[in-house]
Design a protein around this ligand. Sequence first.
Ligand code: OAD
Ligand code: ZN
Length: 246
Amino acid sequence: SGVEQLGDMIAEAKTIVPFTGAGISTECGIPDFRSPGGIWTRYRPIEFGEFVASQEARDESWRRRFAMEEVFAAARPGRGHRALASLYRAGKIPAVITQNIDNLHQASGFAAEHVIELHGNTTYAKCIGCGQSYPLDWVKQRFDQDGAAPNCTTCDEPVKTATISFGQMMPEDEMQRATLLSQACDLFIAIGSSLVVWPAAGFPMMAKNNGARLVIINREPTDQDDIADLVIRHDIGEALGPFVGN
Ligand code: OAD
Ligand code: ZN
């Protein structure tokens, strides 16, 4: 089966780079974006320009985030996260590239510097002007008190979750590190992503073009199945469960 073949490829590989999307966290209770019931089937994205321009958009954005807080706070690493953490501890994985913002790779045992967050992190907030960090609790308190999303106490620019919205610049350092990792690995495994959002979706092909073998694990077809060496069209927890070690 595909999982058996994956086992052989993992055993043969020297350097494995996993690239994860929202599908790895659905078994943890966090919805993905494009499946039935996914975030973008319920909401229209608030683009960065709107967030900057409109207090109303900022308020709506924060209301959405607070509505998700119980889900994010309760989420624990799933079998996919734990399998990757085992391979990381075994020295097979130098770092994980993720589009996810849920902090679950860190929670599974990856050192923070070994989680390349292409789309940021939703477990804290940041001023879009000066970059100062804020705990979500602080934002919530201010929001409840003032009835509106707060601005930075230092520079008075809006405070946003530390995530990357559509229309927002990609983080340069993370893009650079993800590029180097994609070029240096001999096995690249795309897990739980529809592979439609760019530039993130460029990394599987970059790895492939640099000689790595490419595996895609996703229960639905993705945009890039045709360039993969192995496609495992299966539940991630089931596919990676056998690789959860100690
Ligand atoms: P998507 O929702 O586009 O894709 C998630 C994929 O995971 C879907 O193809 C599902 O079929 C699959 N999936 C879900 N649960 C699964 C499971 N248990 N087992 C196997 N497959 C499963 O999410 P992403 O590709 O991560 O960015 O989305 C990419 C970006 O689009 C996100 O980072 C976010 C979003 O807009 C920004 O907002 C900038
Ligand atoms: Zn500021």
